[in-house]
Structure formats: C-alpha cells, structure tokens
Write a protein that binds this ligand. Structure first.
Ligand code: NDP
Length: 370
C-alpha cells in the first residue's frame, strides 16, 4: 500500500466521530478533499537526519512540496535528486546558494543544519528574497534570533521556526482546552525533556556548532511547552546545572539543567533538560479546575496523554506533514496556527535560554522581559 493511501485511510478512519477543535485538526479532516490552491515550493538546506525526516513527511503534503536542495555533500544531492525527482537547476551548495534569488521554482528554504550555522544561512536566504523556515533553536542566542527577524523583515520575507508541536493534534486540543478555561487558572507546569546522547564527536557536543548542550536541543521543548500550556511568558528564571562527565560535556555544553520559571499570573514551572537520562519526555499541568499529562509529549509520536476529562484520542498524523501544510497556509493565506511559529516566537525561547544559562552560571534569579 502506498504511503499516501495509508495516510489518507488513517485520516479518514481516525477523523470519524472525533470532536475536531483546532484548525490543524480541520486540516486533516479535509485531507481527502481535492486541493487546487497554491503549493509552497521548498528547498531543504542540510540533508541530515532531520532533513530526511522532513522530506519524507512532505511526500504526504498537499500544500507544500520539496523542489530543491542545498547541501555540502554531492553524493547526498544525487541520492535526493533520484528519490524526490529534483532537477539539477534546483541543487545548490553552501558557496553558491545565494543564486537561489534567480530561481522562481523555489519559494522558501528550510534551514536544517547545525544550530550555530542557522543565523548566517537564514540571513543569506532572506537576502536572496526567499521565505525562511528554520529549525529550532533558531540560533545560538537571542541576539542571533533578533538579527534573523530583522533581516527577514528588511527583505520582506517570512521567518518561521520549525515548531512542529504547534500543529500536533493532541497538543492543539489541550491548548484549546486551556483557552476555553477547562483547566481553570493554570497554576503549575512540569516539563521533562531529555535523552542519553551517544557519539561524543557529534556537532551537538561542539559549542561553535550547537551553541550549548541539551538545553538548545531538547530543553527548548520544555521552555516552549511551558509557554503554550500555561498561555503566558515567564518573567523570571532560576536554574541549577549538574555535570557528571566534563570530558564529554565540555565548557559551554550543558549536560543537565533543572530550571524554574515564574509567570505574571503567579503560575510556576519546574523543568529538567538533560543529555544524560532516558525516558524523559513528559509534560504535566494543573490548574484550578483540571489537569493534563502528556507522555510522550514532544517526540515524533504518537503523542499520548490524558486530562481530568479522560484520554486524549486525537489521531496521530506525521507532525512534519501537518507543519509544512500549515506553514504553506500561513505564507499564502496568513492562516495562523493556535500558537505562533514566527521568528518572534523563536526569539522568546532564545531569550529564556540565555536567561537559564545566566541563572545557572550565577545562581541568581534572572528577570526576563519578553
Ligand atoms: P544532522 O547532523 O543529522 O544533519 C545536519 C546536516 O547539516 C548535515 O547532514 C549536513 O548536511 C549539514 N551541515 C552543514 N554544515 C555542517 C557541519 N559543519 N557539521 C555538520 N553538519 C553540517 O543533524 P540533525 O538533522 O539532527 O539536526 C539539524 C537541525 O535540526 C538542528 O538545528 C536540530 O536542532 C534540528 N532538529 C529538529 C528536530 C525537530 O523535531 N524539530 C529534530 C532533530 C533535529 P549536508 O551534508 O547536506 O550539507
């Protein structure tokens, strides 16, 4: 059975009888309908592990299509050309991709390279007049994030960050419940994000390419999750760092950080980010009227969870398929997801990460103004 057919069947079966509350949920409810609107033509920059996942997911998109690549590895380009039918005129490397400005086949570039390269690459894409989709973390600090926002504004192109959870049906449902007041006043969020990282030579453990350790890579999910689950931005953070292996986790590469955030309403969050423990992918929130728990909460899915009202049973659909169709709708129709995915949203997370690092280093309670 083709992936496409399986996808449509899954949607059709899963969508029957379910109360679909969100715009992304409506997206898959109508996925069997014929679509003849605009299609976002995308080039992926960085053909690594996640780039491959996004490309596969886009095979099932109706509103976005992979049409080009930017890569430093010629053998990967050849493989992708064969697999995805990409013409040679849409293939670039890191030296010549500014020429993309003269290529009308490409509307947007999805930057999926190591974090430390995002900022300069995104700015070059913006200067070439193409929309930028950039993986999280958008850069290695808030200053870089703001430079990216400014460059995209100046070039009059969109800057979107790869926050796939903002399109994930169970997540969207819980956020909608919170917006409807079903949890009452949110009071406490707990986020646990981590895994044991392998190969000590990988770029994720090199400061110049990663910008930091677990916090940049996985802790950011607890930061972003706290904000979309509580529906507020934090005003202070405190943080404590633990390092058991200073050889693997060198200066500037955090292994484990526990951090706390305070919010204007008085709500608080308590989070853990680590590269040294498994089975940590869990969100919990309690409010004055109800609670929610998700585990796994941000992995590739299926996401699982429950609230005081029962199990979450929204269908699993490949996150990146929903994300890329959703981003196409955003770029062409201005249709916003339930939580923003724009550059400003990315800068907020970068400001919080900057504050967490400062708090962990100084031991101080650090005030944030987002
Ligand atoms: P990989 O190492 O698997 O791939 C990165 C790719 O970037 C490489 O394959 C390479 O592609 C290119 N690249 C360019 N310069 C360098 C360099 N100096 N060193 C290493 N690679 C380079 O990483 P991931 O795909 O796992 O991560 C890429 C980005 O995606 C990160 O920002 C990460 O945080 C994000 N990510 C997001 C996820 C999500 O769920 N949203 C999940 C996983 C990652 P080429 O050979 O084609 O040039």
């Amino acid at each position: 059975m083709s992936t496409r057919r399986k996808f449509i069947e899954n949607i059709t079966v899963s969508a029957i009888g379910l109360p679909l509350l969100s715009s992304s949920a409506n997206l898959f409810a109508s996925s069997t309908e014929k679509y003849d609107g605009p299609i976002l033509k995308i080039a992926i920059m960085g053909l690594g592990s996640y780039g491959n996942r996004v490309a596969e997911a886009m095979l099932n998109c109706k509103k976005a299509k992979l049409v080009g690549v930017i890569s430093g590895t010629p053998s990967k380009i050849t493989k992708w050309q064969e697999k995805y039918g990409i013409p040679t005129k849409n293939c670039y490397n890191y030296d010549n991709f500014d020429a993309i400005k003269d290529n009308d086949d490409i509307d947007a570039v999805y930057v999926i390279t190591p974090n430390g390269l995002h900022c300069e690459q995104a700015i070059r894409v913006a200067k070439a007049g193409k929309h930028v989709i950039c993986e999280k973390p958008m850069g290695v600090n808030a200053k870089e994030g703001q430079r990216m926002v400014d460059a995209c504004k100046a070039a009059n192109v969109k800057l979107l960050i790869g926050y796939r959870m903002h399109y994930e049906p169970k997540t969207v449902h819980v956020i909608q419940m919170r917006k409807n007041g079903e949890f009452g006043q949110p009071k406490f969020f707990q986020g646990q994000s981590g895994f044991v990282i392998g190969d000590p030579t990988q770029w994720r453990l090199k400061k110049e390419l990663s910008g930091g350790g677990a916090m940049m890579d996985i802790g950011i999910y607890s930061i972003n999750g706290a904000r979309y689950m509580l529906g507020e931005d934090p005003i202070w953070v405190t943080a404590q760092e633990t390092k058991t292996d200073p050889v693997k986790f060198k200066e500037g590469i955090d292994e484990t950080i526990q951090f706390q955030m305070g919010f204007p309403s008085g709500a608080v969050a308590n989070c853990l980010s680590t590269y040294n423990m498994n089975n940590l992918d869990r969100f919990f929130m309690t409010g004055s009227k109800g609670w929610m728990e998700m585990k796994p909460s941000t992995g590739y899915g299926p996401i699982e969870g429950r609230t005081h009202k029962g199990e979450l049973n929204q269908p699993h659909i490949t996150h990146q398929t929903l994300q890329m169709d959703g981003m196409s709708e955003l770029i062409f129709d201005g249709k916003q997801p339930i939580v923003p995915v724009d550059g400003e949203e990315g800068v907020k997370d970068m400001k919080i990460i900057d504050a967490v690092f400062l708090a962990a280093k100084t031991g101080d309670k650090v005030t944030i103004n987002l």
